[in-house]
Design a protein around this ligand. Structure first.
Ligand code: GLV
Length: 337
């Protein structure tokens, strides 16, 4: 496998990552091909470009399913330039003995920061305030004007909002820390492993059902997989408190957008903030949430900092270098068959 291994990268990634790969490719006579366009390859283009590849460096926009894998018998490793690997059929990959790697940790802070930003912007109604200033509607300061929701540092008598973090993985934990220690907010969480014993900030564990029904602000940070996809449907979302807020920074398939819209319009939900939609990209006309005054949508930019993307590129490349050289995978994607 050492010489003439073929690598296909489905998008231009950070220079430092490419240079690292090229330095090894030169020594090992690997062939590196990169999709040079700003938009991802279509399925046909992906199949065409990936044929004969031993390694693929993929993005979340590349759907790697069983039929596609079957067309790539030489494939040994897929390195996903993301922490989430829901774009890859992990079972099919494992059946075909294709290793799958991801890029954990390095995007945790960036994504948690975006979660905090969206949550604050939603509760403090930032779009309204920006619009008010921009459209010359700022007439005066008033003691009862523009009132919104304070996030933290409130006395219990003032009923501080409860932030419910759904999924206490790396990103959920980091966001919980920012809320709990940074803002002195009231934080609860749920996760599949039960209460975390050594959590370094105050936050109480609730069962998934309790968290959904008790949170004033529900923040989804769990991965998308067979047991979570479609979890936030009409039934579940209807269990949320009247006047609660829903935030999703994980994957769009976790929530039902029609249900979110209905609950917003019925004033059951006070606001929705999504960094992820279903489908992506969300487009005006097809996704009414985009123009809803109480919905805040960003275009899947959780990890979009130069620092995070540089490190993600390097980790993704390291997975390939290590696997092609020694069958080692420094960052294997978690997979439970
Ligand atoms: C981005 O959404 C990622 O999973 O890395």
């Amino acid at each position: 496998m050492k010489s003439k291994s073929k690598i296909f990268i489905t998008r231009i990634i950070h220079d430092d990552a490419l240079n690292l790969l090229y330095s090894h490719a030169l020594q090992e006579s690997w062939e590196v091909k990169i999709w040079p366009h700003p938009l991802p390859p279509t399925r046909e283009e992906l199949i065409h470009e990936a044929r004969g590849a031993h390694a693929l460096l993929t993005m979340i926009t590349d759907k790697i399913d069983k039929p596609l894998l079957a067309l790539l018998p030489e494939l040994k490793i897929i390195s996903n330039h993301a922490v989430g690997v829901d774009n890859i059929d992990l079972k099919a990959a494992s059946e075909q003995a294709v290793a799958v790697g991801n890029t954990p940790d390095v995007l945790t802070a960036a994504t948690a920061e975006l979660g905090l930003l969206l949550t604050m912007a939603l509760l403090r109604n930032l779009p309204f305030a920006l619009d008010k200033a921009k459209t010359n509607q700022w007439r005066t300061w008033g003691p009862l004007l523009d009132l919104t929701v304070q996030l933290g540092d409130m006395s219990p008598a003032d009923s501080p909002p409860l932030f419910g973090i759904y999924g206490l993985g790396r990103i959920g934990q980091s966001l919980g820390r920012m809320l709990s220690l940074g803002l002195k907010a009231n934080v609860a969480y749920t996760n599949t492993r039960g209460p975390v014993t050594n959590l370094e900030y105050p936050a109480k564990w609730l069962s998934p059902q309790e968290l959904i029904s008790k949170a004033d602000v529900l923040i989804v940070t769990c991965p998308s997989n067979r047991s979570t996809s479609g979890l936030f449907n009409k039934t579940t979302l209807s269990c949320m408190k009247k006047g609660a807020y829903f935030v999703n920074i994980s994957r769009g398939d976790l929530h039902d957008e029609e249900a979110l819209l209905q609950l917003l319009e019925a004033n059951h939900l006070a606001g929705v903030a999504l960094d992820v939609t279903n489908p992506e990209p969300a487009t005006l006309g097809r996704n009414p949430l985009l123009s809803h005054p109480r919905a805040l949508i960003t275009p899947h930019i959780g990890s979009a900092t130069t620092n995070a993307r540089r490190h993600m590129g390097i980790l993704a490349v390291q997975n390939i270098i290590s696997y092609l050289k020694s069958n080692g995978l420094p960052h294997p994607a978690p997979f439970t068959p």
